[in-house]
Design a protein around this ligand. Structure first.
Ligand SMILES: [Zn+2]
Ligand SMILES: [Zn+2]
Length: 339
């Protein structure tokens, strides 16, 4: 108790001279503040007017799109999603295979045709149920197959970056888990290379402390597997949530980009696979994704950092509002990028 009393004035004094407009998260219409999840928004419909963004004056270096079929797509199919995104002026479609890689050959052909026609970039998200560090051999084998199937299906669709969550620590030594997973991913990349599959494996930074995939681990792995067709997916919302609310300022975003550059070289910033959304979190990390405007995700400062570091690549919007938020992101990015 007495210690607490002593510390209080110090902290208050420290806080005062920094009146940065750190935009105090405002409570949303459901009455809870971002970062303090009570209930996931349910049954929300997104049929309001969609404003297609004006054409940029400068060529985009970062393309925006959705993780999953945009709400306004009719019918709700992969090929229609590609065309709908193009119609909206967006440039990336991440195919969600999160509940399993189930796609017919004909559908792959149709996606490929839509891709060639529109120029929309195609990526994929592998099944959630992947654990490359399982203690059961069959589970590792099944996980390996899920990652490979994601890459193979994506290649058939004319896409490139295959994102997946690598695994769980299961209370084991993180270093041991790292070595094991790194080795697995290296082997998977070799298999794909032997098959002539051009898809890059992009393990993702994850949102919970129980999941393998801190930024440091993913960056380290990118460095260790530099000679293979392995990249990474950086989910800025996950990193923000994993640290229970830190990693949300220009300097912190810059620090993350710096770390990636140091581990993997400058080129890494030119082909970035980025995920972004609003996010609700607790001290255990990610609770669920949120719409941008309902969250405290500081995406404008993130874009400032991306622009200042000369980042090129794709940003996949994973917010529940999908194309609505992707358009908000793209508009903000273009404005900050001078047009
Ligand atoms: Zn993910
Ligand atoms: Zn993500």
């Amino acid at each position: 108790m007495p210690e607490k009393k002593k510390a209080a004035p110090k902290a208050a004094a420290k806080k005062k001279p920094a009146p940065k407009k750190a935009a105090k998260p405002k409570a949303d219409v459901r009455g809870w503040a971002p970062g303090v999840p009570k209930e996931k928004p349910k049954g929300r419909t997104y049929d309001g007017p969609l404003n297609v963004n004006a054409k940029p004056r400068r060529a985009d270096r970062i393309f925006f799109g959705t993780g999953g079929v945009p709400h306004s797509t009719r019918p709700q199919t992969h090929p229609a999603a590609v065309r709908r995104l193009h119609e909206l002026g967006l440039g990336v479609y991440e195919m969600e295979f999160v509940h399993g890689v189930r796609i017919r050959e004909e559908t792959c052909d149709e996606v490929r045709a839509a891709q060639a026609e529109t120029g929309v970039h195609i990526t994929a998200h592998g099944p959630y149920y992947v654990n490359l560090y399982s203690l059961e051999e069959e589970k590792v084998a099944a996980s390996r197959k899920r990652v490979l199937d994601t890459a193979r299906a994506l290649a058939k669709c004319g896409g490139d970056g295959a994102c997946f969550h690598p695994g769980f620590y299961q209370k084991r030594d993180p270093k041991e888990v790292y070595d094991f997973i790194c080795n697995q991913i290296g082997e998977l990349a070799d298999i794909l290379e032997d098959e002539g599959c051009p898809v890059r494996l992009d393990p993702e930074t994850t949102g919970k402390g129980t999941q393998f995939g801190s930024l440091e681990e993913i960056a380290e792995m990118g460095g260790d597997l530099k000679d293979k067709n392995v990249g990474f997916t950086i989910d800025f919302a996950h990193i923000h949530a994993r640290s229970a609310g830190a990693h949300n300022t220009y300097d912190e975003f810059g620090g993350q980009l710096e770390l990636l550059k140091n581990k993997m070289g400058d080129g890494v910033l030119k082909t970035m696979h980025i995920h972004l959304s609003g996010i609700a979190y607790s001290d255990k990390g990610e609770a669920h994704h949120l719409e941008l405007d309902e969250s405290d995700m500081n995406y404008k400062d993130l874009f400032r950092a991306l622009i200042d570091f000369g980042v090129e690549g794709r940003v996949v919007c994973e917010s529940p509002a999908l194309e609505y938020d992707a358009l908000i992101m793209q508009k903000a990015y273009r404005k900050l990028n001078g047009g």
